[in-house]
Design a binder for this molecule. Structure first.
Ligand code: NAD
Ligand code: WQD
Length: 336
């Protein structure tokens, strides 16, 4: 039995492929490398000593995807492929809807023709919009304020309708909080194109001297130190959550939705402090205006994933910062 990982060369995908191979699963990856580098997969192969069947191509290429199902005995699909930059999604919404929604529908149609009905979807805590309270549990109301978030929400709805129409599907929507960190080896990690949008890669590029100064987006939020609070989760814990989700789907649960977070919130200033400790450097920063669309506080209720998936995040903030720093110093220019 073989798992098809879409977007498997990307940040979370490559860490998940590594854990799947380590658990002796057969893995096929399709990725168009629009936001990644094949080098990530080469390194995963060399760390694990295992082969990855890699197809460079687009999920919207029906012929290619169909051929993958013909050639390999695919059992389940883990679907990471998608565009993920919130700001960019406001500028090119159609590209986001085509690449995220149309591509998902296309892969689901091909799965159906091959009678493969086990699907793990990368959703996001962004589907909770601005939550009324924290911690956020899976039954909180959902909403979206930008095309990226809307694409995640729409796909969740498409999956719900699909399941209603045919309950022989087994579908897990995993709502990730804020993935950070890197594999312990320092050989794979997050490699953003251009100026990072997210806090952790930005801090780490300041620490390594690639950027001068971090802008902290607002210190007047209703949080303990005024800066935004998020649930940062180590990417290796997150990757392991996908293995648990595959196990869960084997038990024929129908359609399930889980938060993947730690349940702990850290502020921007706390993250800076934690990173300073890991890198043994001062991170210069200045407080600037709030970033449009940001919320004050977001962290997960983790009980459902613990009870039903048997999964819990184990790695700490210092694992996250130490591992990010190791990846950054060993690869100052990412995979290039
Ligand atoms: P990433 O950009 O590193 O990985 C996505 C991969 O998909 C890339 O390798 C890219 O080249 C590939 N891809 C994109 N469109 C494709 C297409 N049409 N055909 C084939 N390949 C395609 O992103 P990531 O951080 O690893 O995120 C993985 C998934 O998790 C995404 O769906 C993202 O929306 C979701 N997610 C990410 C975060 C986060 O903060 N990183 C948080 C919540 C959810
Ligand atoms: C974290 C905190 C910022 C950068 C985003 C997406 C979300 C999900 C994860 C995909 C906030 C502050 C940040 C900086 C800062 N992705 N910050 N200076 O916004 O929680 O979530 O990534 O699904 O959909 O919206 O993550 O890392 O951008 O920000 O002060 O240069 O750091 O204001 O409080 P966010 P982030």
């Amino acid at each position: 039995m073989t798992i098809l990982v879409t977007g498997g060369a990307g940040y979370i995908g490559s860490h998940t492929v590594l854990e799947l191979l380590s658990a002796n699963q057969e893995v096929v990856v399709i990725d168009n490398l629009s936001n990644s580098n094949e080098e990530s997969l080469k390194r995963v192969s060399s760390i694990t000593g295992k082969k990855i069947h890699f197809y460079r191509g687009d999920l919207l290429d029906k012929g290619l995807v169909d051929n993958i199902f013909v050639k390999h005995d695919i059992d389940s699909v883990i679907h990471f492929a998608g565009l993920k930059a919130v700001g960019e999604s406001n500028e090119i919404p159609l590209t986001y809807y085509r690449n995220n929604i149309a591509a998902t529908i296309s892969v689901l149609e091909i799965m159906a023709t091959h009678n493969v009905k086990s699907f793990v979807f990368s959703s996001s805590a962004t589907v909770y919009g601005d939550p009324a309270s924290v911690p956020i549990n899976e039954s909180f109301p959902t909403s979206a304020t930008n095309p990226y978030g809307r694409s995640k929400l729409m796909i969740e709805e498409v999956l719900a309708d699909l399941y209603e129409s045919d309950n022989s599907w087994n579908i897990a929507c995993l709502r990730y909080f804020n993935p950070v960190g890197a594999h312990k080896s320092g050989l794979i990690g997050e490699d953003p194109n251009g100026i990072p949008n997210n806090l952790m890669p930005f801090i780490s590029q300041v620490a390594v001297g690639k950027r001068e100064l971090l802008s902290v987006y607002g210190n007047d939020y209703n949080t303990h130190d005024g800066t935004g609070v998020r649930d940062y989760i180590h990417v290796v814990d997150l990757a392991l959550g996908h293995l648990k989700a595959l196990d869960k789907l084997k038990s024929n649960p129908g359609r399930v939705t889980y938060n993947l977070g730690t349940g702990c919130g850290y502020s921007v200033l706390e993250m800076i402090k934690a990173f300073e400790k890991a890198a043994n450097k001062t991170i210069p920063y200045r407080i600037v205006e709030r970033r449009m669309g940001d919320i004050a506080e977001c962290y997960a209720a983790t009980d459902l994933a613990e009870e039903e998936l048997g999964w819990k995040a184990n790695l700490s903030i210092s694992d996250m910062t130490n591992d990010t720093w190791r990846w950054q110093t060993m690869n100052p220019n990412g995979y290039e």
